[in-house]
Design a protein. Structure first.
Length: 432
């Protein structure tokens, strides 16, 4: 009987997700979170009012809804569902009212703190398995509180066996509900991310074609003007020569911007080869150390303990890393710190650049990687856009995380080359 009723509650938990999936494409993220919170609240009310009583306890899947609210709709949504459940539990009443309060509050507190770790996980199955593992927490708390309660009323030895059976069935229902719910939500979020990336890629391709054509058209007259300025500079002295120097400097800057546009339009991978990651990081550290000393910022690296190879254009990757690390140094106040850490799993190597600088607001973070946006007063934003483009063309990903007045974390992930072939190619490249 208890199993049938709990399976019905599993369906009640899944209904909000199925409804959200129908409206996913038509709503913005903030609207979806509000909508999901409302639906989770309705499901929580249904679970509470149609819970069933066995052995003096009310059994339902309210705790799954608390988890989903904290993990997918945010802390405000989680505490809203928690408050609603406390009110509903008060209305329902019963002998074990305070046990219900304790379980709801303790579960909410734990999910509130664990939601941050959950949201830092990148892989879909990692998030699903993490949520399933946490679902056992409810059963542990329920068992502990019931043991204390039964001991206090002197009924522990008589009813403990029955409660163990109910809690096992209850735990199985929670695991099923959490597994299906998180898997459905992850599938929906993945679908939305893919659609957003496809839309962004289409826009970037259109803009890149336009940028390439404009850059080529502008570069030709610039080259002519620069040539005449250089000829005229030779015959001038004094103040006029200084003016020519300024004009040529600005002309060079314009050429650099045009080169960035061309690189954004179509990154040129002229020397694709297998390279060792630690070697690149050490070269960049040597290159940027004087700059970090000049800015009075500590620059440190944490390399991998073993050799790891990637198949890329070394110069292009160095351009990306120098651009990002230089930005991190510039964003960090004096006596601050910038760290570069290399991490590895089975198929991907990650370069993580972290600073304790001024950070960014959520609005600024959302605009990173878009054309003509820069956090610098004199910046064009092209360097970051080009970095995104280069890493994308290399088959990798570039991700920014930032908190205002805390700092920024940039993660570059690139596929690892096949180890045996990589070593041979790297050795061959080193001998050339």
């Amino acid at each position: 009987m208890i199993a049938e009723k709990l399976l019905l509650h599993v369906l009640v938990v899944l209904i909000p997700i199925l409804v959200v999936s129908l409206l996913l494409n038509d709503r913005k993220e903030k609207q979806l979170k509000v909508f999901l919170t409302v639906l989770l609240g309705i499901s929580a009310s249904i679970c509470m009012f149609f819970s069933f009583e066995e052995q003096g306890m009310h059994w339902d899947l309210r705790y799954v809804l608390i988890m989903l609210a904290f993990f997918y709709a945010g802390p405000k949504a989680g505490w809203s569902i928690c408050g609603l459940l406390l009110i509903l539990r008060t209305v329902i009443g019963g002998d074990q009212l305070f046990v219900g309060y304790a379980v709801i509050l303790s579960t909410s507190i734990v999910y509130y703190f664990l939601a941050k770790k959950f949201n830092r996980l990148d892989m879909k199955w990692e998030r699903v398995m993490y949520a399933i593992k946490l679902s056992f927490y409810v059963a542990i708390i329920e068992l502990a509180l019931l043991t204390i309660y039964l001991e206090l009323i002197g009924d522990l030895h008589k009813q403990y066996g029955h409660f163990i059976f109910y809690i096992l069935v209850f735990t199985a229902a929670i695991v099923i509900a959490v597994g299906f719910a998180t898997l459905l939500l992850e599938q929906l979020l993945e679908k939305k991310r893919i659609e957003a990336e496809m839309e962004k890629a289409a826009k970037l391709n259109a803009i890149s074609e336009l940028a390439a054509s404009i850059a080529h058209e502008v570069r030709n007259p610039l080259t002519v003007v620069k040539g005449f300025l250089q000829l005229m500079q030779k015959d001038e002295t004094g103040k006029k020569k200084e003016y020519f120097n300024i004009a040529l400097c600005e002309m060079n800057r314009a050429e650099e911007i045009i080169s960035d546009y061309l690189n954004f339009a179509k990154p040129q991978f002229k020397h694709v080869q297998v390279v060792e990651v630690n070697q690149i990081i050490n070269e960049i550290f040597s290159f940027l150390s004087p700059y970090s000393l000049k800015e009075n910022v500590a620059l440190s690296i944490h390399s991998l303990p073993k050799q790891t190879f990637i198949h890329i254009d070394k110069n292009q990757l160095k351009q990306v890393l120098i651009n990002i690390i230089k930005n991190a140094i510039e964003a960090t106040p004096e006596k601050g710190e910038v760290t570069v850490e290399v991490q590895e799993n089975e198929t991907v190597v990650s370069v993580v650049i972290t600073d304790n600088g001024k950070g960014m607001t959520p609005d600024q973070l959302a605009k990173i990687g878009t054309l003509f946006y820069s956090t610098k007063e004199k910046g064009t934003g092209l360097g970051t856009v080009v970095s995104f483009r280069i890493i994308q063309e290399m088959g990798g990903t570039l991700r920014y995380e930032s908190n205002l007045d805390v700092g920024t974390k940039v993660t570059i992930m690139l596929p690892i080359a096949e180890s045996h072939t990589a070593r041979l190619e790297a050795a061959s490249a080193a001998m050339k």
